[in-house]
Design a protein around this ligand. Structure first.
Ligand code: ACM
Ligand code: ZN
Length: 763
């Protein structure tokens, strides 16, 4: 309902000059606050003058000119002479005073483009102008005349890159910064250290680049695979301080602040490989070759702080930004609990448990970082045991940490896994490259709002903005970084910049489809999932058997062809016109076509139709809102959730049981119930502790039919519960018991386990 209202408002408020859906839509990302289409075009010609007004940064003009030449082959002449015609840049004009910080205005007629900005505004206005240049093959580069007034919604519009799990050289990092700047993103979070490699030269600690920057090999395939295999190839690399200065300068010219991350006290295997004396136990240690969370962490002894202060002193001197990211996530406390020195520190500091000990650790680091004139930011675990007085929080395990920190009047950057982790799968197409798991399609990034309702208007100022994270366990080269980050980065940029009332996913995808031509010119290896086929299932009307299947894509003017049961889909396959009813188990294949030309990878899905498929399901316990796309119907929709876990087709329960009642419609004999559960310990997802099947004919009193637990559950995802005997029931209740608290030594130890259940089949 709200979406429709916004769309109406959007179109009517722009009147006849506004952005209209369809061909006249300007390919701008992020969508500006106000766009007025004016008559005529401004032709960008060879040697168009770019005139620098007073106080305009020459680098803003130079970067624009370099991009125009690189991507369009047009040479722009930068000048300070006032000539008539051309592109004029003006900084900090009086008329912009009433607009928010970093606002800009673009005003055009056929002779002249005026770009005015305050703060970073001129640079942003030039990015808008760059995106307006026609990207399709043309003989004349005619930019449609527009009047734009624009400014950002949030001040932290960030992208992160993990260079530890895989290392990306200076030139790749610069490309990444180019993409950020194209979308007016302004923070680069550089994840420089982790278990698998230390990536920055620290002059006072040479072992870091000699030893910690290298590992003996790397895990092959997914880390849940067994047996585990390694490539036994030495891997590593690091940035010299000269490299770092070069990157910082490159970012600065693009109005991007670089936030370095130095992980502590966990994710420190590489440090311990170089300086084993910083551990609680003797070692020796090796830079990690596999992914996950490791029990060996930095000890709380004085030598650790001497080390970290040496490192942070150089980091604070190198990086001009206000924030230093100190990690703080996923630090198991096993070693601290057993370490005499840590226990002595715990006693003298009065920490009542190891979480408070970590809090003391981070507060000590904060004092040091503050003494260098900087602030700390850390992952939301730094809330545990008490937040350091001035720390900002990056909320990744959902929004809870961010909400709590804002209530405590601390700055927050939202980066929940559910909407901001670009190492998750982005499409369900067959052949999607290996990812860590999860499913984060473009729409879910786009629909994110970093300002949750739980935050009061007064506290909303603490939400600085949001950030997309690119963890690189499964991303070994920069082409794949591009693939995973793009175009989710484009969607994230719009969330961070554009007023909420102007957001509209349908129009976004239409703009994106045109904007992809810009990405083509830039040779970006982006994912084209918006053109892929999406399937939607619904229960059939009137309690009929099976499920209704709908297929769609977001590509304008492309049809979908499909086939059933083993047939290849090709240009002669029937066109999918309207939802079809699947009444028996079928495999559907489909692809998008423009005429006879294939335009998408093949969509392929098996639908397993059983007696219970499509029957009404009542959930007696609520799944976590993050993992509840289809409610109870998800359990009987005929689709088994995928592994690696790349689909939304699972119901997720955090620390809770699943209880569901399936209404079979008639009293029937129940011979077997099959429950499909997921195990992915790295994502804190555990097998159930027990499963109970109960039956009822009146939905009031249930009799237990069968309960299985322990070894009876087996170790396979499909758990078959053979009922035995003649059991008649109309209502079948299934209780799937959550594993409880994650045991010590596992990733996420001490937190509630996730229970993921997908299909339930009653036969
Ligand atoms: C994180 O993803 N461990 C911050
Ligand atoms: Zn210790």
């Amino acid at each position: 309902m709200r979406k429709i209202l916004f769309a109406l408002f959007f179109i009517s408020s722009c009147a006849s000059f506004g952005q209209q859906p369809g061909d006249s839509l300007l390919p701008l990302i992020p969508q500006p606050v106000s766009v007025m289409r004016m008559p005529g075009v401004f032709q960008l010609r060879q040697h168009t003058p770019l005139i620098l007004g007073k106080d305009v940064l020459r680098s803003d003009a130079e970067i624009f000119a370099a991009n125009v030449e690189k991507y369009y082959g047009i040479k722009i002449d930068i000048t300070e002479k006032k000539t008539s015609g051309g592109i004029r840049l003006q900084q900090g004009m009086e008329e912009l005073k009433s607009l928010p910080e970093n606002a800009y205005r673009v005003t055009m007629n056929k002779n002249e483009v005026l770009v005015e900005g305050k703060g970073d505004g001129v640079f942003y206005g030039l990015q808008t102008l760059l995106q307006l240049i026609p990207a399709e093959p043309v003989t004349e580069y005619n930019i449609p005349c527009v009047n734009i007034t624009d400014y950002p919604r949030f001040s932290w519009r960030g992208m992160h890159l993990d260079v530890s799990r895989h290392f990306f050289g200076k030139n790749d990092v610069k490309k990444y910064l180019d993409y950020l700047s194209l979308y007016k993103l302004n923070v680069f979070h550089w994840h420089l250290t982790d278990d698998q490699g230390w990536r920055i030269e620290i002059k006072s600690r040479p072992e870091l680049t000699k030893t910690a920057a290298w590992r003996k090999g790397t895990l092959i395939g997914h880390y849940t695979a067994s047996p585990v295999q390694y490539d036994n190839t030495r891997y590593g690399g690091f940035y010299t301080q000269e490299d770092v200065k070069e990157i910082i300068a490159y970012a600065q010219q693009r109005h991007i602040t670089v936030v370095p991350e130095i992980e502590m006290p966990g994710h420190s295997m590489a440090v311990l490989a170089a300086y084993p004396e910083l551990a609680c136990t003797k070692g020796p240690f090796e830079t990690a070759q596999t992914w996950g969370v490791f029990n060996d962490v930095l000890c709380t002894k004085p030598e650790t702080f001497k080390f970290l202060e040496d490192v942070l002193a150089e980091i604070c001197a190198l990086f001009p930004g206000n924030y230093i990211h100190i990690g703080g996530d996923e630090c198991p406390k096993d070693r601290w609990k057993e370490c005499a020195q840590c226990q002595a520190v715990k006693k003298t500091t009065g920490a009542k448990d190891e979480h408070e000990l970590q809090s003391w650790f981070i507060q000590k680091i904060e004092k040091f970082v503050n003494s260098k004139g900087k602030q700390i930011i850390g992952w939301d675990e730094i809330l545990e045991g008490g937040l350091a007085p001035g720390a900002a929080v990056m909320s990744w395990r959902g929004e809870g940490g961010g909400i709590e920190a804002a209530k405590q009047k601390h700055n927050v950057v939202m980066s929940p896994t559910s909407n901001c982790y670009f190492d998750y799968y982005q499409s369900q197409a067959a052949g999607e490259p290996l990812a860590i798991g999860g499913y984060l399609p473009l729409e879910k990034v786009y629909d994110y709002d970093p300002l949750p309702e739980a935050i009061s208007v007064g506290d909303s100022k603490y939400i600085l903005g949001l950030q997309g994270n690119v963890w690189t366990e499964y991303i070994a080269d920069f082409r794949k970084v591009e693939y995973m980050a793009m175009p989710r980065m484009s969607a994230l940029a719009e969330v961070g910049w554009t007023s909420k009332r102007l957001k509209n996913y349908d129009l976004f995808t239409q703009r994106l489809a045109k904007h992809m031509l810009v990405l083509d010119r830039m040779d970006v290896n982006y994912c084209k999932a918006i053109f892929y086929i999406e399937s939607q299932l619904s229960p059939p009307a009137n309690g009929k058997p099976g499920v209704m299947l709908d297929l769609r894509n977001r590509a304008k003017g492309e049809i979908i062809r499909f086939s059933m049961n083993e047939d290849e889909v090709n240009a002669n396959s029937p066109v999918f016109e309207k939802p079809i009813q699947l009444m028996r188990t079928s495999e559907i294949r489909a692809a998008s076509y423009k005429g006879t030309a294939r335009r998408s990878p093949e969509f392929r899905q098996n639908y397993e139709i059983s007696f219970s498929t499509g029957k009404p399901v009542k959930l007696l316990t609520d799944p976590d809102p993050q993992y509840n796309t289809g409610g109870g119907f998800t359990l009987v929709n005929g689709v088994t959730g995928r592994i690696p876990w790349n689909g939304s087709d699972w119901l997720g329960y955090k620390g809770k049981n699943l209880e569901a009642v399936i209404d079979l419609g008639i009293t029937a004999s129940v011979r077997m119930v099959r429950v499909d559960a997921l195990k992915d310990e790295g994502s804190w997802i555990y097998f159930p502790k027990s499963i109970e099947v109960l039956g009822s004919n009146d939905r009031l009193t249930y009799t237990s039919i069968k309960k299985i637990q322990g070894d009876e559950l087996g170790n396979r995802r499909n758990i078959n519960i053979i009922v035995g005997g003649l059991q008649m029931a109309r209502y079948v209740k299934v209780v799937v018991e959550n594993a409880g608290t994650i045991p010590e030594g596992k990733p996420g130890a001490g937190n509630p386990a996730w229970l993921f259940v997908d299909e339930i089949i009653v036969e």
